[in-house]
Every structure is written in C-alpha cells, then in structure tokens.
Design a protein around this ligand. Structure first.
Ligand code: SAM
Length: 429
C-alpha cells in the first residue's frame, strides 16, 4: 500500500492511493454510545435480550471505515465523520439509529464529499436487529447472508451461531476485504465469500436461513435451491415502481416453492445488477406536454403515497413495468408537485400536475399504454379494499424464481392493470 500525508489524520487526498486507518479498540465514548443505542432499541421494542447481548459483544464502530458518511437531517446532506477529528462526534454518529454510507459509486468515487450513489452502508441498527429477530434462530442453524457490507450483521450472526454456521457473500472486493479485516479485529471469523450473492454459495448449502441485506427486484432461484425445506428466506423485495422494498419472510416448502407474508416496508440499496437505470427513460418525453392526451383526476398527491406508504408499494404489485417519481414544484407550496410515470418496454409516459388548492389535477398521457389510468385503477382497487397495510400482502416464489404477490391468502392473486403479457414476461415482477 502507498500511504499519503493525509492518512495519519484519516483524510483522503486526491491523487493518492489511500487505505483507512484501522480502528483496533473501542473507546469508552463508543462503548457508552453503544449502551445508549441498545437501550433505545430495547425501548422501541425491536431488540430482544438475546440480540442485546450480541450487540454488546460485537461493537458496530469496529466495523465502520474512517470516514463514514452520516445523513444530516437538518441539511439533508451526507456528511463525512472522521474519527481522529472528533472522537465524541464519531462515537455519537457510529451509534445513532441511522444508516451510515460506507461506499459511494461502487468504489469509483474518491474524496471526502459524498458521491452520486451510495453503494454500501452500515444498515440502520433498528432494521438490523429486527431482521435478526425475524429470523427466529436456534442453536446449530446455518445461515447464508447476501450483502456482507461492513460485516457487522455477519459478526452478530457469527457471535450467536458460531463462525462455522455463517456464510456471507459480498460482490465488491474492497468492501469484502474491509469486512474481513473488521471481523478479524472483532475476533470473529464467519466464512466470507467474494462474489455475486445471487448465486448464493452452494458449497455451504443447505441453509436453515437466508438473509438478504440488499433490495431484490428479480428473485434468484438459487436461494430457493440452497434453503432446506422448512427453512426461511428473509429478503427486501419489491418492484421498480418505487424504491420501496417489502421485507418478505418466505418459508420454503417440500416442493421447493417459497411462500410467506410481507412483514413491513423497508428501503435497501439494491443488488448491484438490479438497480433501476433512470437513463432508460431519458428519451420518453420529447416535448412536454407535446401532443399528450389531457384529462383530469380527483386523486390527490396523498393518494399516490410517499415513502413508507403501502400505496407506494402496492401499486407496483398491480401495474407492471412502470417506474414513477414525484417532483416537488419550485414554488415550495404544499401540494405543488408533478408525478411522472414511465413504461419500461415502450416509450409510454404519464404526468400528473398537482396545484395547491385545485380541486383536481391535470393528467397528460402519451404512448401505447395509458399509465396513469392503470395506476389510478390500482389505487382505486386498493382504496376499495380498505387500504390494506403491507402485512396483509404476501408473496409466492416458484422454483424458477417467478414471483406472485397476493392479498391475505396465497390463492388470491392480485388484480393486474395494464397490458396482458404474462407476469413472467415482465421486468420487475
Ligand atoms: C446495505 S449493504 C449491507 C449491510 C451489511 N449487511 C452490514 O451489516 O453492514 C448492501 C451490500 O450488498 C452488496 N451487494 C450488492 N449487490 C450484491 C450482490 N449481487 N451480491 C453480493 N453482495 C451485493 C453491496 O456491495 C453492499 O455492500
């Protein structure tokens, strides 16, 4: 490794190869911050006594690079936090109940400033511990984790089950290397595999549990093959309609299919090859509104739903191959927004323009699909069902990875609005 003059202070200097100085011991400030975090997670009811013990034994800060990027609620910016600059601040940030970005742009980004896309992180502690609780582990179980990231979750699992029972797969070589170093510092040694987690790791199969810590859009059949009948797969799954994932807890049956309910909404960075590429829609809107067909809708911005709203997730289950985004208007007034909808397979698009105080919104639609009509039908159906929460929905995954979402029972298939291609032939479902 080459070193540079900034390395001693933990700073990256442009033009130099740099490696994070390694934190080998946990300071008293970090230990106290860790205790506070554990108390908070117990208070909000996500941490069980079993996992509280693991949290104390496997300190999160040992797994964080220097710097990491914390999200500043006040400015909506990701800010780098350096251990050597201010240990007290580092300790607070390391043990806040927030996700911390640990890599940008698949490692292509250098420097202290945030890059354009967060590609690895230390997940939010409350999400980590509730997913561990959802696994319902017992002694001797074998677990496959997809998405090692910092290695903290793999460390918690290895502490609970023993190194020999935990395998974790990470696609990014640099991320995998720092997870491995962190686990060594923590005195733990689960099996780390550098590779594409969509392949699982057949050498260690069958697994009692598979836990996926990156968002899934197309379900890999390999995970089903490598889980023993009666085993559980816990994965954040969703469609490209939104960034939202539904955390699904699937039980694998003797027939090799997996069935189970969504537990709650979460939001994970997606598996590397399953990210939505917004450039796909770059040529859709040649002119706005151009000769798009105009109409009106009485549905509101609130009806479309936003982050962590079931509507945002459920529409994606019912309207195939559609992505959407809501842009807030420049006026800054509440209710000033434009919602865009784009088709994956044709150049169809729709836009709904919401204006503050207006009784209804203006709709523009262009191309062979009438995307807003499909979304409106899906929302109207969901509202007519009494706006069911996400935990009334579930998913069946066939042996080949085909996914079939349902409401209340696996025999009830959801309505599908839009074109009549079979679900298998569509992207994102
Ligand atoms: C949210 S982070 C995981 C957090 C982690 N479990 C922890 O405890 O810190 C998601 C990770 O998944 C990795 N990843 C993305 N696609 C992957 C793939 N196809 N196979 C394996 N890992 C993948 C990313 O590089 C990233 O490190």
């Amino acid at each position: 490794m080459e070193t540079d003059p900034g390395a001693a202070s933990g700073r990256r200097v442009a033009g130099w190869r740099w490696e994070a100085p390694q934190v080998t011991a946990v300071s008293e400030q970090e230990r106290r911050a860790g205790e506070e975090l554990a108390r908070h997670l117990l208070d909000i009811g996500v941490l069980t006594p079993e996992w509280a013990e693991a949290l104390r034994a496997v300190p999160r800060s040992l797994f964080l690079p220097d710097p990491f990027w914390a999200y500043d609620m006040a400015t909506s910016l990701s800010v780098p936090v350096f251990r050597n600059d201010d240990l007290a601040r580092w300790a607070r940030a390391a043990y806040e109940n927030v996700p911390l970005v640990t890599q940008w742009d698949d490692g292509q980004h250098t420097g202290d400033k945030p890059g354009s896309k967060a590609t690895s992180s230390a997940s939010m502690p409350s999400v980590v511990v509730s997913m561990l609780r959802d696994l319902e582990l017992s002694d001797g179980m074998r677990v496959l984790e997809v998405g090692t990231g910092t290695g903290w979750n793999a460390g918690l699992l290895a502490h609970r089950l023993g190194n020999g029972n935990v395998v974790s797969v990470e696609i990014d070589p640099a991320v995998a290397a720092s997870a491995s170093a962190a686990l060594t510092r923590a005195g733990l040694g689960p099996r780390l595999v550098e590779g594409d987690g969509r392949e699982g790791w057949p050498v260690g199969a069958p697994y009692d549990r598979v836990i996926v810590t990156a968002g899934v859009r197309n379900f890999p059949a390999k995970w089903l093959e490598q889980t023993r009948p009666g085993g559980i797969i816990l994965a954040p799954w969703g469609t490209h309609y939104s960034h939202q994932d539904g955390l699904v807890r699937l039980a694998v049956g003797e027939d090799g299919r997996a069935v189970g309910p969504f537990v709650r909404l979460v939001e994970f960075m997606k598996l590397r090859d399953q990210r939505l590429d917004w450039n796909l829609f770059g040529g859709h809107v040649k002119e706005f509104p151009g000769n798009a067909e105009g109409s009106r809708t009485s549905l509101t911005l609130a009806d479309i739903g936003s982050r962590y709203d079931a509507a945002d997730f459920v529409v994606g289950l019912c309207v195939p191959d559609c992505a959407h985004v809501v842009n807030v208007g420049d006026s800054g007034e509440e209710g000033d927004a434009k919602a865009w909808f784009f088709d994956f397979l044709s150049q169809s698009w729709a836009a709904v323009v919401f204006s503050p105080g207006a009784p209804d919104a203006t709709v523009y639609q262009s191309g062979p699909r009438r995307l807003w009509d499909e979304v409106e039908q899906a929302l109207t159906w969901w509202i007519s069902q009494g706006r069911p929460a996400v935990d009334r929905f579930g998913l069946t995954v066939d042996r080949d990875g085909t996914t079939r979402p349902w409401l209340d029972t696996p025999v009830g298939v959801l309505p599908s609005f839009g074109d009549d291609r079979p679900r298998n032939a569509r992207a994102g479902l």
